[in-house]
Ligand binder design. Structure first.
Ligand code: FAD
Ligand code: MLT
Ligand code: ZN
Length: 482
């Protein structure tokens, strides 16, 4: 990786760095080789920070924020830096402090009767899942970045992932929060209560706020029983309406056991087969669309396998689906999941594309795809949409690759806004949202004003100004409140 040396600091900046070092220790204030903190995962946004501070405790976070508030230094909270909308990337001023929470990785409590886990914000999602599993529990938030994203980042983006259909978004998995406010006060909401009607539910403000209202330092998470049986199926289909028919069918045959229902286009699948080592075609024939289904519950494994096969055999007979393979082991299930989870990584190797993370009423998905495909084809003949996503909860990742001829990567990236406008106008037409699960960050901040009501935007600005009157907490992310 290219290294970035420390930029020349002004005398004031040197004083600030020294003061911040007294709070967290000099070795935890980084000023050199900051690229992994200043550049986002997709390499779309890059900034320059004053420094990166890495606190270990809530008290250290509070002191850092108090110092910044007193000296008008703006702050960019950061977790695993896997976000896809530039929310955790500083601007180019070289004056913002990144507060990276990765050292705050302690599990504070596991309560197996209350079914909760209390964790610091820097705990890596996968480590939380593993600790839950070792206690015979499930923490159901699951996404391809789980090996590096952190729970503070997950909560701040209200991450979705592949099990929303059954367990909900991150918001549904959080019972309590501790937050350092933009003036450095600690807001203590770290309870494991399932009922608490004592006024406004303040924690909800910080969930999905993308670090604009405060720094989340700890959370109480809900745990669920660990399923004893799990079955995964990979299904070939001829069309999106057929996938929607299948969703209705499996919802009625398996109701709450249906955990994941993921849609994958042939083009998305081909990209994985091309770029990911070990990826293999699971079916004999190719199909225009695929669905990956997962069901899990507490019955016996063979019973669950049998019941899913029965439902899918019926779908084969009535030609809703064309072909299917059902996992016979944990390894087979993992192999099928890898075909879905590696799409994002494979797309990085396949060349630049224009990403969309949109939400639609499930009933409108097929019409949306048909209509957006047609509009794009009109504007860019030969354009190649790469479609995949969480069909079970109406969330499409509708990524657009250029026609095979006529565009360099840079020329295609220059079309970003025009392509976004075409796609997002279709999203609005079908009553959808321009951000389903990735958030707004910098990427969609300016576009949001075209799709959200003025009253909603003004209410957001009112809240931002009430909690952060000096505008130091992740400024110019989500909304322009200045
Ligand atoms: P960061 O990227 O560090 O930060 C994200 C935002 O949260 C920023 O605005 C930042 O300022 C803020 N923030 C971070 N920590 C804190 C904190 N402690 N307090 C306050 N604010 C904070 N997302 C999904 O929803 N579903 C998916 O299926 C999914 N799959 C992905 C797959 C891949 C391969 C990749 C690279 C990303 C994927 N993402 C997905 C996006 C990303 O992983 C999530 O948004 C994740 O929740 C971000 O966590 P993070 O710790 O990396 O946060
Ligand atoms: C996914 O579902 O794989 C993620 O949200 C990542 C992406 O959209 O690329
Ligand atoms: Zn997703």
């Amino acid at each position: 990786m290219q290294t970035h040396k420390m930029q020349q600091k002004t005398p004031d900046q040197i004083i600030h760095i020294s003061a911040l070092s007294t709070i967290v220790g000099a070795s935890n204030v980084l000023t050199e080789d900051l690229q992994s903190y200043e550049l986002d995962w997709r390499k779309k946004f890059e900034g320059r920070a004053l420094a990166v501070a890495k606190p270990k405790t809530t008290e250290e976070v509070a002191k850092l924020v108090q110092y910044c508030a007193t000296h008008s230094i703006s702050i960019v909270p950061q977790g695993g830096n896997t976000g896809l909308v530039g929310g955790g990337t500083p601007d180019l001023s070289g004056e913002q402090l990144i507060i990276n929470c990765s050292r705050m990785n302690q599990v504070l409590d596991v309560d197996l009767i209350n079914n909760t886990m209390t964790v610091q914000a820097g705990c890596v999602l996968q480590s939380i899942q593993e600790l839950a599993a070792s206690n015979n529990r499930l923490f159901p938030l699951a996404l391809a970045a789980q090996g590096s994203c952190e729970i503070g980042g997950n909560i701040s983006t209200n991450a979705g992932g592949v099990q929303v259909l059954r367990y909900g978004n991150t918001r549904d998995l959080v019972l309590g929060l501790e937050v350092v406010l933009p003036d450095g006060q600690i807001l203590p909401l770290l309870t494991g209560l399932r009922k608490d009607n004592t006024g406004y539910d303040l924690k909800q403000l910080f969930i999905g706020a993308e670090g604009t209202l405060g720094i989340i330092t700890a959370a109480v998470l809900k745990l669920f029983p660990k399923p004893s049986a799990k079955v995964t199926a990979w299904i070939g289909l001829s069309s999106v309406p057929a996938a929607m028919q299948l969703l209705t069918l499996v919802k009625s045959s398996h109701s709450e056991s249906l955990t994941a229902f993921e849609l994958i286009s042939r083009r998305a699948h081909e990209i994985v087969l091309r770029h990911i080592d070990g990826a293999r075609e699971p079916l004999n024939e190719t199909h225009p669309w695929y669905v990956l289904i997962e069901v899990n519950d507490s019955q016996k494994q063979d019973r669950l396998q049998e019941s899913l096969s029965e439902a899918l055999m019926q779908a084969l007979e009535n030609e809703t689906i064309q072909d299917v393979v059902i996992s016979q082991s944990e390894q087979e299930s993992r192999n099928l999941w890898a075909l879905r989870e590696n799409i994002t990584e494979a797309q990085v190797h396949d060349g630049k594309n224009i990403k969309h993370d949109v939400s639609l009423p499930i009933s409108q998905i097929a019409q949306f795809i048909e209509s957006a495909d047609a509009q794009l084809e009109k504007a860019y003949p030969g354009v190649r949409p790469v479609n995949f996503g969480h069909l079970g909860d109406g969330n499409l990742h509708y990524n657009i690759c250029p026609p095979l001829q006529g565009f360099t990567e840079a020329q295609w990236m220059a079309q970003w806004e025009k392509v976004n406008t075409i796609v997002h106008q279709q999203v609005a037409r079908f009553n959808g949202s321009i951000s389903a699960e990735h958030g707004v960050g910098q990427l969609k901040r300016d576009e949001l004003v075209n799709y959200k009501s003025a009253v909603a935007l003004n209410t957001m600005i009112t809240i931002k100004k009430a909690l952060d009157p000096s505008g130091i907490m992740n400024p110019r992310k989500v909304i322009n409140s200045a």
